[in-house]
Design a protein around this ligand. Structure first.
Ligand code: 3PG
Ligand code: MG
Length: 396
């Protein structure tokens, strides 16, 4: 992977169109988690330090090509100004003359790129218009790089372009995890459904040495092996697919690991009475809500053996204690191994980050991605259009 970074660009006196992902959660007009905003600060500061004037482009929500006042990016301004420690100029309808007149040191935010349907259509007219607003394009929105939109892809092909600091960090962490990793590599894939992660599983069995399957999707694999799963969440219609994945893994260097013990309950609610059973002993009237301690012990043994870990998805119903136990324990073990410099650990995906935060170990991981969908597509081995456009870009 070869792309320009801010170090390759001469930005003095230039308007730098900077695609950021500040698609943050908001409640009652206030940003409730500013993580994504905080993570673009180094890029904005570096552009300023190099004498450039950053003009931020971003989407917010899914307004479907219409102006939806509740999806105005104005709501992010206080959090942005707070994170940057300076004021941010907001422009609803940008034009080049207005931007040219901005003094050095100004940081600008343009209104939601998705307020026109041309954005998601990657309309060349919109890409051309955006390109006319800047001298250089900088993409710092890895988490939106799976979208081939005018502000993430089209414009990148029209201006000298580079990756911002967050994009750079994401790409180097991902490369360390799956591109050119130190082996053995283990992947942990959890979450509710196999159906949403088929491509990901197929790609991983070609690339990793160990694949740990957890969460609701493990039930589909257990059922495909003929084990009872009672009333568990399970995609019975995907039994053949699960068997095909296990058969394919037999032909690759990848070993699949399923839970060896399970935590079952009769009710799907926090603190429901539960018991630990072998993985082949789920009662008819019960559901599997977590992996058991023997599964976590097996996970620990694998961790000791592996040099690289890539993690997406919780191992159980982690939002409902005590069914968070396996996820929390496994995350802590990975945190400990990483702190001891025995492991390179990379995690991503919305639920995963929430689970690592819940376990209190997110800051112990080598890298936690800011991306949800883009992280998944990358784990699927797909080319992300926003990244591909950067790889093709010229310097300035
Ligand atoms: C995200 O929040 O995952 C990114 O900002 C992309 O948003 P989207 O899924 O609406 O394209
Ligand atoms: Mg998304």
């Amino acid at each position: 992977m070869r792309f320009n970074t801010l170090d390759d660009m001469d930005l003095a006196g230039k308007l730098v169109l900077t695609r950021v992902d500040i698609n943050v959660p908001v409640e009652d007009g206030t940003v409730t988690d500013a993580t994504r905003i905080e993570r673009i600060v180094p890029t904005i500061k570096d552009i300023l330090a190099k004498g450039g004037r950053p003009v931020m482009l971003a989407h917010f929500g899914r307004p479907k090509g219409k102006v939806v006042p509740e999806m105005s990016l104005r709501v992010t301004l206080p959090a942005l100004e707070d994170a940057l420690g300076q004021s941010v100029t907001f422009i609803e309808k940008p034009d080049r003359a207005t931007l040219d007149a901005l003094p050095e040191g100004t940081v600008t935010l343009i209104e939601n790129t998705r307020f026109t349907a041309m954005e998601e259509a990657n309309d060349p007219k919109m890409a051309g218009f955006l390109a006319s607003l800047g001298d250089v394009y900088c993409n710092d929105a890895f988490s939106a790089a799976h979208r081939a939109h005018a502000s993430t892809e089209g414009v990148a092909r029209l201006l000298p372009a580079c990756a911002g600091r967050l994009m750079e960090a994401e790409l180097s962490a991902l490369d360390a995890a799956l591109g050119t990793p130190l082996r053995p590599v283990m992947a942990v894939v959890g979450g509710a459904k196999v159906s949403s992660k088929l491509d990901l599983l197929s790609n991983l069995i070609e690339k990793v040495d160990h694949l740990v399957i957890g969460g609701g999707m493990a039930n589909t694999f257990l059922a495909a092996q003929g084990k009872p799963v009672g009333k568990s969440l399970c995609e019975h219609d995907l039994a053949d697919t699960a068997r095909a994945i296990m058969a394919k893994a037999e032909t690759t260097a990848c070993t699949i690991h399923l839970p060896v013990d399970i935590v079952v309950a009769r009710e799907f609610k926090a603190h429901a009475p539960s018991e630990i059973l072998p993985a082949d002993a789920c009662p008819d009237d019960a559901m599997i809500l977590d992996a058991g301690p023997a599964t976590v012990a097996a996970f620990d043994t694998l961790l000791q053996e592996c040099t690289t870990l890539v993690w997406n998805g919780p191992l159980g119903a982690f939002e409902m204690p005590p069914f968070d136990a396996a996820t929390v324990r496994a995350a802590k073990l990975a945190g400990i191994a990483t702190t001891a410099e025995d492991l390179i650990s990379v995690a991503g995906g919305g639920d995963t980050v929430a689970a690592l935060n819940h376990a209190g170990v997110a800051d112990q991981f080598t890298y936690v991605s800011s991306a949800g969908g883009a992280f998944l597509e990358w784990m699927e081995g797909k080319t992300l259009p926003g990244v591909a456009a950067l790889e093709a870009a010229k310097t300035a």
